[in-house]
Design a protein around this ligand. Structure first.
Ligand code: SF4
Ligand code: SF4
Length: 295
């Protein structure tokens, strides 16, 4: 376990993050003039999982992800650790999506599209940094073996890897609640580097969720039904059914911004812009671990 190497990685990754132009909306792509230069993320948090953690093997069980799931060592035989990070959406992106009950805010759509580009750039920076130090690194989502099974089950899960790394626990909405909340994006890199493994500060898959049900009340699709068993509260098909028409409409050049903003229609900017995220904004776990409710 190499603590110095781990510290150097975090330090350089944070410096890269602070300088990254991709964390701002490029003016020519801004969907509203005032969104030119919009900051997408606040500073990330990091954690490291041991590649041989038995929890990865456990994800092959049917009730978890399934036998199609590949463990870190199946992706990269030399793997020793998995780097996980969480990029929290900025206050502007989060606040904007609290307002309209069903339309994703324009800022949120930037977070979803430009935000994922920044996430890609950040993953690649970490992978390249590790390679420069002489280690192997692999990003499962960019590997030819990566597969998504409909409706939403792939052979690698960044949220589960982040959970195993100690970055956060799941919520009723199935997002990952971290110390910086649930609204943001997760990234992972598998590596042969002997990084210092993070001690998980929790014991249960849903420990940080206080079961308040706010995400269920916010969901315009009725895809979340509060109940004692958090494994089955969220219906991925119902969530997908809500998102699919928006995706199709957007792919056909439709304007998915809130109605009051649809004054200046620019289809070339709107293409493939859709989203929802109502279960992640305006909820107690939006930007922190929520207070547990008193019994
Ligand atoms: S809104 Fe409440 S119930 Fe839903 S994930 Fe957050 S803490 Fe859990
Ligand atoms: S993304 Fe939207 S539709 Fe899907 S669960 Fe969250 S609030 Fe519901």
């Amino acid at each position: 376990m190499n603590r110095e190497l781990t510290k150097a990685l975090w330090s350089d990754a944070l410096e890269f993050f602070r300088q990254a132009g991709e964390n701002r909306v490029e003016p020519s792509y801004a969907l509203r003039e005032d969104l030119a230069g919009l900051r997408i993320y606040e500073e990330p948090i990091f954690a490291v999982a041991g590649a041989g953690d038995v929890m990865f093997e456990g994800l092959k069980q049917e009730h978890a992800i399934g036998p199609h799931y590949l463990t870190p060592k199946e992706w990269l035989p030399s793997a020793l650790t998995v780097v996980a990070y969480f990029l929290p959406f900025s206050e502007t992106v989060r606040r904007s999506n609290r307002i309209h009950p069903s339309h994703p805010s324009t800022e949120w759509q930037h977070g979803r599209i430009e935000g994922e580009l920044m996430n890609t750039v950040f993953r690649r920076y970490i992978a390249a940094w590790l390679r420069e130090q002489g280690f192997e690194s692999l990003i499962p989502g960019e590997d030819p073996r990566y597969q998504v099974r409909e409706p939403v089950s792939s052979n690698w899960s960044e949220r589960h890897a982040a959970y195993i790394a100690g970055l956060g626990t799941f919520g009723m909405s199935k997002g990952l609640i971290t110390e910086k909340g649930i609204a943001g994006r997760v990234g992972t890199v598998i590596t042969s580097a002997p990084l210092a493994v993070t001690e998980r500060p929790y014991h249960d898959l849903y420990e940080y969720c206080n079961r308040c049900g706010a995400c269920a009340r916010r969901c315009p699709a009725g895809a979340i039904t509060p109940g004692p068993n958090l494994h089955s509260c969220k219906s991925n098909p119902a969530c997908g059914d809500f998102l699919q028409p928006l995706k199709d409409w957007s792919a056909a050049g439709g304007d998915t911004r809130p109605p009051e903003e649809q004054d200046e229609y620019r289809p070339e900017k709107m293409r493939i812009r859709f989203g929802c995220g109502k279960c992640q904004a305006g909820v107690p776990c939006e930007s922190r671990i929520p207070r547990q409710r008193s019994e």
